[in-house]
Design a protein around this ligand. Structure first.
Ligand code: ATP
Length: 341
C-alpha cells in the first residue's frame, strides 16, 4: 500500500492527517530538533529523523522511502531549502509535477508561465533606473516575503537595498526582481487540478498576515515616517476569505487558463494543488503577482474542509485529504504514474 510522506514543516500536519483519514500510511521526514513537537500527533505512523532536510537527497533516505512505498508531497519548505536541481534529482515519486517547481522558483520562468496563462500581472521594472511609481523589490525563490521592500524612486531603492545588505538580510550579489506594486485586497486563490478526472476544483481563499508591514499599518503615519526600519513581508499566518459570488466565474477562468498554459509549457502540466496569488483592486479586477505550483500553507486554515469544497463534497475535505484521495484513486486504477513525477 502507498504511504504519504512529507517534510515536517509548512503544512505537514494537514497533509498527514488527511492521508491517515484516507486510510494511508503516513511518514514524516522530521528534523531532530522538531521531533518532540511532531510526536504529539498520533496520526504520524513513521518518522525518518534527519539533522537537516537536505538528507532527503541522500540514497539512504530515498531507499527508506522507497521501501515504504512512499509518495512525497512537496511543499514550500522543500522549495525554500533546496535548489531546483536538487528537487528534480529526488527519486521518490513526487505528487503533482516536480518539473513545474522550477517555474515557481525562477522569476523569469514564473513570469513566462503567468503570461502564457494570460494572468494579469504587475508590470516588471527592468532596472532601478526605470522606477517611476511605487514598486516592490523581491528576492529569488520562495523567500516568503523576507527582505522584500517598497520603493518609489531609484534613490529610495538604493538606500533600502544598502540598509538591508548592512543588516545582513540580503546579500550584495543577490539579483533582485522589481515589479510595480499592486494595491488592493489580498486574495490567495487555492485550486486542485485532478489529472484523473481532468477537472479543476476551486478549494478556497486565504489572506496572508505579513510582518512587519502589517505592524507598520497599525501606527500613525507620523511614527511610520520616523521608523527607520525597512518593513518586510515575512508571512506569519493566514486567515480565511470568501469572495463575492460574482467573482467566481473569473476565478475558475484563471484556474483553467493556468492549467492549460502549464500543459503547454511543462509536461505533464499543473497536476494537484496550486495557488494563484494577488490582489483585487477597487473595480474588483484581479492582478496576480505570484503562483505556487504545489500546496500552500494557506490551506491549513481549512483542515476541516473549506466553504467551496463543502459545495463539491458531502464530507469534510481538506487539501491534504484531497491529495490522499487522488493518490488512493490512482493506486486503485493503476494510474499512480499519472499523479506523480
Ligand atoms: P511565497 O513563495 O512564499 O508565496 P514569495 O517569496 O514568492 O512568497 P510573493 O508572494 O511574490 O513572495 O510576495 C510576498 C508578499 O509581498 C505578498 O504576499 C504580498 O503581500 C506582497 N506583494 C508581492 N508582490 C506584490 C505586488 N506586485 N503588489 C503588491 N504586493 C505584492
Amino acid at each position: 500500500m502507498t504511504a504519504i510522506a512529507t517534510l515536517g514543516s509548512h503544512c505537514s500536519l494537514q497533509v498527514l492527517k488527511g492521508a491517515k483519514d484516507e486510510g494511508l500510511k503516513t511518514i514524516l521526514v522530521c528534523e531532530k530538533k522538531r521531533e518532540k513537537l511532531y510526536k504529539r500527533f498520533p496520526f504520524i505512523d513513521d518518522m525518518i529523523i534527519v539533522d537537516s532536510f537536505k538528507e532527503i537527497l541522500e540514497q539512504k533516505c530515498q531507499s527508506s522511502l522507497e521501501e515504504k512505498n512512499a509518495v512525497l508531497i512537496p511543499h514550500g519548505t522543500l522549495i525554500a531549502q533546496m535548489s531546483s536541481e536538487e528537487i528534480e534529482s529526488i527519486k521518490t515519486p513526487m505528487f503533482g509535477n516536480k518539473w513545474i517547481l522550477r517555474w515557481e522558483s525562477d522569476r523569469e520562468m514564473k513570469e513566462k508561465l503567468m503570461v502564457e496563462a494570460k494572468l494579469p500581472i504587475p508590470k516588471p521594472v527592468p532596472t532601478p533606473a526605470d522606477i517611476s511609481k511605487m514598486v516592490i523589490v523581491k528576492r529569488q525563490g520562495a523567500a516568503g516575503g523576507k527582505g522584500y521592500f517598497l520603493a518609489a524612486t531609484e534613490k529610495e531603492y538604493h538606500e533600502k537595498r544598502n540598509q538591508l545588505i548592512s543588516e545582513g538580510v540580503i546579500s550584495k550579489d543577490e539579483t533582485l526582481y522589481i515589479q510595480e506594486y499592486a494595491a488592493g485586497v489580498l486574495a490567495y486563490l487555492q485550486f486542485f487540478y485532478s489529472p484523473l478526472n481532468e477537472e479543476l476544483e476551486f478549494f478556497g481563499v486565504d489572506q496572508r498576515h505579513e510582518s512587519d508591514i502589517e505592524g507598520l499599518a497599525r501606527i500613525p503615519s507620523e511614527q511610520q515616517l520616523k521608523s527607520n526600519k525597512v518593513p518586510s513581508f515575512n508571512v506569519i499566518g493566514n486567515s480565511p476569505l470568501v469572495l463575492r459570488e460574482s467573482l467566481l466565474e473569473n476565478v475558475y477562468d484563471m484556474g483553467d487558463s493556468f492549467v492549460d498554459a502549464a500543459k503547454r509549457l511543462v509536461t505533464p502540466g499543473m497536476n494537484g494543488p496550486f495557488c494563484i496569488e494577488g490582489v483585487y483592486d477597487e473595480n474588483a479586477r484581479f492582478t496576480s503577482f505570484e503562483f505556487s505550483a504545489r500546496i500552500v500553507a494557506g490551506t491549513n486554515i481549512y483542515m476541516n474542509g473549506s466553504p467551496y469544497y463543502s459545495l463539491l463534497f458531502n464530507e469534510q475535505m481538506s487539501m491534504g485529504k484531497r491529495i490522499a484521495r487522488e493518490v488512493k484513486n490512482a493506486e486503485k486504477s493503476n494510474q499512480l504514474d499519472k499523479v506523480t513525477t
